[in-house]
Each structure stands twice: as C-alpha cells, then as structure tokens.
Design a protein around this ligand. Structure first.
Ligand SMILES: Nc1ncnc2c1ncn2[C@@H]1O[C@H](COP(=O)(O)OP(=O)(O)O)[C@@H](O)[C@H]1O
Ligand SMILES: [Mg+2]
Length: 232
C-alpha cells in the first residue's frame, strides 16, 4: 500500500454558474503521507477552506483526475461510502469551535461517539482528562474560557480515534498565548494518538504554519510546488 493517506491530482472546484462561476481550486496536486503534520498556508481567499472541505469529504470537487483517501477512490465513491469514511476516519476542528451550546463538555464529546453510532463507555471522560479539561466536564461552553472550549473541541475531534485530523484556522480567533497552547495541544495529540494520526491545519499565519513538519503554500487556488533541494 502507498504511504500516502491522501493523494489529489488536478483537483478543481467551481462555485456558481455562468457569469458568476468562480474557480476556487485550479488543478491542485498534493500527496500527504500517513503520520505527517502538514500546514496549508495562503492568504485569505486562496482556497484553503475549500480544499480542506474537499479533503474532509464535506464538499465534492467539480473534477479531479485522482482523489484518494487511505487508498479509496473518492471520485467514484457513493454518498453512503463518503459519509461512512467521514464519520469513521476524519475529525474536524473549526475556527469557530462549533460546540453545542446547550450541552456540557462531556456531552459534546459523547455526541461525537453517538453520531458515529458508537457508545462512549467512559472514553469521553478519559479524553477530557487527557486534554486537561476533566474538572470542567459538566460545564457548558458559555461557562468555559476560550482555551477550555478549544480543548473540548480537540477532544471531540479525536473522539473515536480518526486517522485524519483537519483543523481550519484553529488559532484564528485566539490571542497569541491561547494560540500557542492550541498548537502545542494539536502537536501533543498528533504524537500520542494510538494507531497514528495525520494532521492538516489550514492557516493564513506563517508563524502558526511553522508548528508543522511541512508547509504547503496555496495561492489563487493553486498549490506552489517548492523546487527540490537538489536543484539549489
Ligand atoms: N460558497 C461559495 N460560493 C461562491 N464563492 C465562494 C464560496 N465559498 C468560497 N468562495 C470563494 O472561493 C475562494 C476561496 O475561498 P476559501 O476556500 O474560503 O478561501 P480561504 O479559506 O483561503 O480564505 C474565495 O474567493 C471565496 O470568495
Ligand atoms: Mg478559510
């Protein structure tokens, strides 16, 4: 089996139709190995979120020569297969944490298991303990600090041990101190996840990107391929 968890070739995404059509992704090629911690970096509007939504199976490309996840062809996959893959293999952290405001921290994490059709026998509590928010597990999001909410959001994202963790501007709404904590947390989760984790974060901030092992630059819907070291 290839060591790539994700392979994309000539990936296009068009929003709108006719005069309003806009190509947000214009022939993207990329490969991401199992276990990598990658940052996708580019200015606002460059297509980062669109790309992440495609990699997270929340959005279909308009066309692609190739798109695979864990060896599975996504171009021809049925909606049922895509939904199954999304639920079982992928975890998300969003910029606006998207915690359910009427649920406690513990129930927000349990919800992730319920949505996968699993019963969280104590795993939700274990995850919250591991991420340092066990003591506030009965609190609702509005009763937590932003840093605590971010920890709960990360716990929810890795509930059920996904293979792929996707984070869209995970530090975008945080001050630099909390941003650092979240990056350290993502790194810690990346290193410690049983069975291995591939992590992709999207950011417009070069400092944030430096927390990753590899940086992929995106501009106007195209991935810039760095010259190889041998060509220097
Ligand atoms: N639902 C949409 N309909 C039309 N255009 C969109 C839509 N979503 C994003 N776009 C456009 O596609 C481009 C890329 O957007 P996005 O992927 O959100 O970029 P980024 O995350 O890098 O800021 C932008 O020009 C944006 O305005
Ligand atoms: Mg975005």
């Amino acid at each position: 089996m290839s060591n790539s968890l994700i392979e994309a070739q000539d990936l296009w995404l068009r929003y709108g139709k006719g005069d309003a059509a806009y190509d947000a992704l214009r022939g993207v090629d990329l490969a991401i190995d199992r276990g990598e911690f990658v940052a996708i970096v580019g200015p606002s509007g460059s297509g980062k979120s669109s790309l992440l939504h495609i990699l997270g199976l929340m959005l279909n490309p308009t066309k692609a020569a190739r798109l695979t996840l864990d060896g599975q062809d996504l171009v021809t996959a049925s909606e049922a297969t895509r939904t199954h893959l999304r639920k079982t293999k992928i975890g998300f952290v969003f910029q606006r944490l998207n915690l359910v405001s009427v649920l406690s921290a513990a129930d927000n994490v349990r919800l992730a298991y319920w949505l996968r059709g699993e019963k969280p026998n104590g795993q939700a509590d274990e995850l919250l303990d591991r991420l340092g928010v066990g003591p506030i597990k009965h609190k609702r999001p509005t009763q937590m600090s932003v840093g605590q909410q971010q920890r709960v959001a990360v716990a929810r994202a890795i509930a059920g041990s996904p293979q792929l963790l996707l984070a869209d501007e995970p530090t975008g709404s945080l001050d630099s101190c909390n941003a650092r904590l979240v990056l350290d947390l993502l790194r810690q989760v990346h290193e410690q996840q049983a069975g291995g984790l591939t992590t992709i974060i999207v950011t417009h901030n070069e400092d944030v990107a430096n927390a990753a092992d590899r940086i992929i630059h995106i501009h106007d819907g195209q991935v810039a391929h760095e010259p190889s070291i041998a060509s220097h």
